[in-house]
Design a protein around this ligand. Structure first.
Ligand code: B12
Length: 475
């Protein structure tokens, strides 16, 4: 059997470490035909990688590249140099086997990453079909050029020729993360990631998700999702499950079916999810989510100004966000809210509209993240807008030097000032720069949790600390 080593190059631990879901899914597909090993670099950070390569002697090595930068303009961590130094270059120094790249960061910047790594191949987007096809072709020395979404070193990439129309129907997609990697380090701060669908059919102007996953929702069978959660739940005591979809409650009705399938299993799981789409919110959805075990959600409306919602092409309205907020309050679901200021048309009055919404609708025990400026990614409508407005040149690379979009009507320094001002007397509102709490603050929060036996999400305890520290002038 040929041997494949899959390397997770993501060492970021903020806001918490994330397990390499994609690599686990690929392993599950490959393992009956190849001997597969995952090197999870999150905690080892490359230290034992070369030794593993020497011992395992893989025939092919795949690198997963997830994050390029942290998308926080004023902090701006660029991950790629570390990925090269800790993972790619040391491996290249000891082996000449084909190197293959993939992952969400790679899918956004394939050309740049092929160039800086010198890898032999790359696969854009999901790889359950293409990666085995590539390996099989390499093993049997067959032609690889017909493999969908494949990039080959030294060959020109099709400018827009990537398609997910024939993407896999993800009916069964068990990652069994804890079988493929050591899940122990993720237990306290991380979560077992679950994907319930592929693709996103929304058209938010700045977003990369349709480029990474395709433009159409392709859903998993709710029973299969519940089976995976039930099995992982029985293998692991008291872990958190996290849905990693672009939006959890899309397309309409799917989230409800997933919750019903989990409820029928009669297991006491803890669930959380990323984006809830305000358009498809109902009392029934929140009732089912609470019953299924949701202890925390993210709400990501980006703005509460009707004009900005339209300009960002969010596809939902202010009344729909207000309805979602009322349901969140009614069901008392701890929520992290995310707002993204500075998009096309933003000015002081649209900023104010969002602030008014926060004051009227958001529970002050919940966290509100306020980000200034929109990261411009290639092949997005925002990239075209930025060219039209003279903010970037046609063809300009935004890889190593990220560009952030700010509305002409609200320059960065004014927006920063408004955010600082708003957050200074709202302890639950946090500017993006401060999303990583200081070690002292985490220590204080942990102490309160222990003293008061709190089971609430950590962000709620952190807000308690912030409130006390703010009133004591410590912040
Ligand atoms: C869910 C998510 C989160 C969750 C993660 C929760 C969790 N439990 O995992 C949270 C909210 C915590 C989060 C945080 C962050 N995220 Co995030 N996140 C995502 C999201 C939406 C999905 C990731 C995912 O799990 N996908 C599902 C799995 C199955 O896909 P996958 O792992 O990519 O694998 C598939 C393919 O990529 C491919 N593949 C993967 N590896 C390999 C390897 C080889 C060899 C091959 C051939 C193929 C291949 O095949 C796999 C199966 O089809 C993506 C956007 C997206 N749609 O991809 C952003 C995304 C990855 N995040 C991004 C960023 C920036 C971050 C943060 C840095 C933000 C911040 N400052 O906090 C942090 C970093 C956290 C960390 N520790 O790494 C960016 C990265 C781009 C960039 N600018 O660098 C993305 C792309 C969003 C964006 N802005 O465009 N994130």
């Amino acid at each position: 059997m040929k041997k494949v080593l899959l390397v997770n190059t993501n060492i970021e631990k903020i806001p918490y470490p994330v397990p390499p879901l994609g690599l686990c899914l690929l392993t599950a597909i490959l393992e009956n035909r190849y001997e597969v090993k995952i090197y999870d670099g999150v905690f080892d950070e490359g230290k034992n990688l070369v030794k593993l390569v020497m011992d395992f002697q893989p025939d092919y090595i795949g690198f997963s590249i997830r994050n390029i930068d942290d998308v926080v303009m004023d902090r701006s961590v660029f991950y790629v140099d570390e990925i090269l130094e800790k993972f790619i270059f040391p491996v290249k120094a000891v082996t000449g086997v084909p190197l293959i790249l993939g992952g969400s960061g790679f899918s956004i910047f394939p050309e740049e990453l092929m160039q800086v790594t010198g890898a032999d191949y790359g696969i854009i987007g999901e790889a359950e079909k293409s990666f085995p096809a590539l390996l099989d072709a390499l093993v049997s020395e067959k032609e690889v050029t017909q493999i969908p979404n494949l990039v080959i070193q030294g060959k020109r990439m099709a400018p827009t020729g990537f398609s997910f129309s024939d993407g896999m129907q993800p009916s069964r997609l068990h990652s069994d993360i804890d079988r493929h990697i050591d899940f122990n380090p993720y237990r306290s701060r991380g979560a077992y990631s679950v994907q319930t669908k592929r693709g996103c059919s929304h058209g938010c102007i700045y977003c990369t998700y349709p480029l990474i996953e395709g433009k159409h929702f392709r859903v998993r069978d709710p029973e299969d999702i519940a089976d995976e959660i039930e099995q992982a739940f029985h293998r692991n005591d008291n872990i958190m499950f996290e849905f990693v979809d672009s939006t959890f409650n899309d397309p309409r009705g799917h989230a409800e079916d997933i919750c019903r399938a989990i409820i029928r299993r009669k297991i006491k799981v803890r669930l959380r999810t990323m984006g809830i789409n305000p358009r498809h919110c109902s009392d029934e959805l929140f009732t089912l989510m609470t019953e299924a075990g949701f202890v925390q959600i993210d709400a990501t409306p980006d703005s509460a100004s009707p004009q900005i919602l339209g300009n960002l092409r969010k596809g939902f309205t202010l009344p729909e966000i207000e309805k979602m907020a009322r349901l969140i309050k009614k069901h008392n679901l701890p929520t992290m809210w995310f707002f993204l200021f500075g998009g096309p048309g933003e000015d002081a009055s649209t900023f104010r509209e969002t602030l008014d919404f926060i004051d009227a609708y958001v529970n002050p025990a919940d966290m509100v993240y306020m980000t200034a400026g929109l990261r411009v990614y290639p092949n997005t409508p925002l990239y075209t807008i930025a060219i039209r407005e003279g903010k970037i040149r046609k063809g300009q690379s935004v890889f190593r030097k990220p560009v952030y979009y700010f509305s002409e009507k609200l320059p960065k320094f004014q927006l920063d000032h408004l955010i600082m001002e708003a957050s200074s007397h709202r302890p639950h509102c946090i500017p993006a720069m401060e999303t990583a709490p200081s070690p002292d603050m985490v220590k204080a929060a942990m102490a309160i949790r222990e003293q008061e036996h709190l089971e609430e999400p950590m962000f709620r305890t952190l807000i308690r600390v912030r409130k006390v520290w703010k009133s004591a002038g410590k912040l």
